[in-house]
Ligand binder design. Structure first.
Ligand code: 6R9
Length: 648
């Protein structure tokens, strides 16, 4: 069945930065002559010392080395702030909308952003932070999070943001992994009417970190916090005394800009490293093109700065473009399910960018929450983080967008820095659930999973790889370049391996079919099943655990755990609860198991490998099609698992 397609209106196609003809021309040029294309695009940012080299990349396994604009120098904060001051000193850079709608909204001008960022930069300098040092941010969605990011870039420090929903254990692992000098946090993080005690979490985390690590504490709620004079520093007191001027550090294009930990299929999360020049060029170009951002628009991305989407599309892309970017502290359903739409109405939002999981949750609350708000300012809608099901897409299109607003379904990853596939609002017809077209400079290939052969032509499916580099690509795994090469360049030599499966339909449009590795996507949050397993087996009563994803109406995927207890332990509802709480405290609430099945044994091959394919099928309640089970060591184990399956 051919899906219905939705072409852009003639009006939009005529006004947009990129229409179909222009896309075709630019895309062809970007593939035929990447050097020339990216040399031109490199001019989007202001360089202190202009680059002469554009691209210097090797995808050869064992020697992977990625460089863009390598001899240029620049400063990211100067690009996101200083260069706009002449023209937009009094324009709002950041609209901040608090969790509680009764609290005051803030409009932070570029002028104020300049002073606040410099103050924060000077505070960090006073704490001994300099070029190349790491700073961990564990912050609510408040303007100080953006000031802190930009302040790091101002002085050449490398930030590593840890999502405020992560546990103290996850925080300390990342502080230690990046050998950070300072952790910036806040007293508490209000979300959905509840306060998360960030400072108290940081206190626990810092017990497992070097005693020299300082903790810079921003006041958000004014709630009580414990105080350690030798370690804790009051940001508000320091900032009040700090100078609002701080000269930007001259950084090489390939100096690290930030580290962001993300889950993979094996082991603990890895520190994805992005560098300065290419990342900024790519974030800025994709932000302008994908959202058709125009002068004066009000742009809102609902992500958290703890994820890559918040980095590229709340802070760096929009601010590099001199945009007005909205930062929202709260949740879609607090105080009620109309909050997103009230914020859109209040600030006359033009571009709205969110995750399918939020759309599904809001769709379930009924249309009246949307319909009572005036959404006529909306022009482009976006989604990110996971595949969107056609039902949610159609609801987003009709009820939220009134059928007027193109939906850009943006496929990309922490590793890619910015969008790699998406329709462009004035150029492409959309199809519900399809990421449609590659962005400029991106050559997707569909490979046969076992042979690694390229599958040419349309109407084909396989694993998704990218043929060549683009400026926003990650450069390495922090402290472990071998792991970088092993993860992304070992399985399919000569390509960047995405970990996703994909279909190219009869028209040549792309559909992401989900991960082909042991990474699951829960409410748009990426998680390695191995992480949840290692949290479970760390519990004294657990002997073995296997974790898989299963389809979940709201979350996209839920977390299904098969747990084998130590001999002598008895399964009980209490123990289920205890294990849930345990995993939450090891990783964070987003990793909370949905279903826990007691498994007397796990299906294994004779060589002792857990057969995850079978566990996935049982969790999907699709045990009729288990496929080949002949290599199982003990086939009876499977009958027991089917008999006691949890997702009926
Ligand atoms: C930006 C972000 C990356 C993984 C990716 C894929 C899934 C993201 C998607 C999508 C289908 C989309 N994903 N966008 N799947 N359609 N539009 O989400 O980064 O957290 O690293 O996750 O998310 O599986 O490989 P990250």
């Amino acid at each position: 069945m051919t899906p219905k397609t939705f072409p852009p209106s003639a009006e939009l196609a005529a006004q947009a930065h990129v229409n179909e003809a222009k896309y075709n021309e630019m895309y062809a040029a970007s593939i035929a002559d990447p050097e020339g294309f990216w040399r031109e695009q490199g001019k989007r940012v202001d360089w202190i010392k202009p680059f002469t080299q554009v691209k210097d990349v090797s995808y050869d396994y064992g020697k992977v080395d990625i460089n863009w604009y390598a001899d240029g120098t620049l400063n990211v904060s100067a690009n996101c702030i200083d260069r706009h001051l002449d023209k937009r000193r009094h324009q709002t850079a950041i609209i901040w909308e608090p969790d509680n709608p009764g609290e005051e909204t803030l409009h932070i001008t570029y002028d104020e952003l300049y002073r606040r960022t410099n103050r924060m930069a000077n505070v960090l300098k006073d704490l001994g932070v300099g070029k190349g040092d790491r700073v961990v941010l564990y912050m609510p969605m408040i303007p100080e999070a953006a000031y802190a990011m930009l302040a790091c870039t101002r002085i050449g420090a490398i930030h590593s943001i840890v999502f405020a929903g992560f546990s103290p254990d996850a925080l300390s692992a990342r502080v230690n992994g990046s050998e950070a000098k300072v952790v910036i946090t806040a007293d508490e993080a209000p979300r959905g009417g509840r306060n998360t005690p960030l400072k108290a979490n940081a206190d626990i985390a810092l017990q497992s970190c070097d005693a020299s690590v300082k903790c810079l504490v921003v006041r958000r709620t004014g709630g009580d916090v414990a105080w350690n004079d030798a370690r804790d520093v009051d940001y508000n007191a320091m900032a009040a005394k700090a100078s609002p001027e701080c000269a930007p550090e001259e950084m090489g294009a390939e100096d690290p800009l930030f580290i962001l930990y993300t889950s993979g299929s094996t082991g603990m999360p890895k520190g994805v490293v992005h560098t300065t020049g290419g990342y900024l060029v790519y974030a800025s170009l994709t932000h302008e093109t994908t959202f058709d951002y125009r002068e004066g628009d009000i742009y809102w991305c609902t992500a958290d700065v703890g994820w890559v989407t918040g980095h590229s599309y709340i802070v760096y892309g929009p601010l590099a473009n001199g945009a007005t970017t909205l930062m929202f502290e709260g949740t879609p359903t607090y105080p009620d399910a109309s909050r997103f739409w009230q914020v859109c109405e209040k600030h006359k939002v033009n571009q709205f960018y969110t995750a399918p999981t939020a759309i599904r949750a809001l769709m379930g609350q009924g249309n009246e929450f949307v319909e009572k708000c005036d959404l006529s300012s909306l022009r482009v809608l976006g989604t990110v983080g996971e595949p969107i099901n056609p039902e949610a897409w159609n609801w987003y299109n009709e009820v939220v967008g009134g059928g007027r607003c193109p939906i850009v379904d943006t496929w990309w990853q922490t590793e890619t820095g910015g969008h790699l596939m998406t329709p462009l609002p004035g150029a492409h017809a959309t199809k519900p659930g399809s990421a449609m077209k590659p962005f400029f400079g991106i050559e997707p290939v569909v490979l046969e999973p076992t042979t690694g052969e390229e599958i040419k032509g349309n109407g084909v499916e396989g694993v998704l790889c990218i043929k060549d580099s683009w400026p926003g690509q990650m450069r390495t795994v922090w402290g472990d370049h071998d792991r970088f090469m092993q993860t992304y360049f070992a399985d399919y030599k000569g390509y960047y391996f995405t970990g996703d499966g994909c279909r190219r339909d009869e028209d040549g449009d792309y559909w992401i079919t989900g991960r082909v590795d042991d990474v699951i996507n829960v409410s748009g949050h990426r998680m390695g099943t191995a992480e949840v397993e290692s949290a479970l087996v760390a519990h004294p009563k657990v002997a073995e655990a296997a974790v898989v994803g299963y389809p979940h109406d709201i979350k996209g995927q839920g977390i299904y755990c098969y747990v084998t207890l130590m001999s002598g332990e008895t399964p009980s509802e209490e123990l289920r609860k205890e294990l849930r709480t345990w995993v939450r405290s090891e990783i964070g609430p987003i990793a909370s198991p949905d279903l826990i099945q007691w498994a007397p044994g796990l299906p294994k091959t004779r060589s002792g490998k857990i057969m995850r394919r079978i566990l996935r099928k049982i969790a999907e309640n699709d045990y009729g099609s288990l496929g080949d089970t002949s290599t199982l060591a003990e086939p009876a184990v499977v009958d027991d698992l089917i008999e006691n399956r949890m997702n009926r």
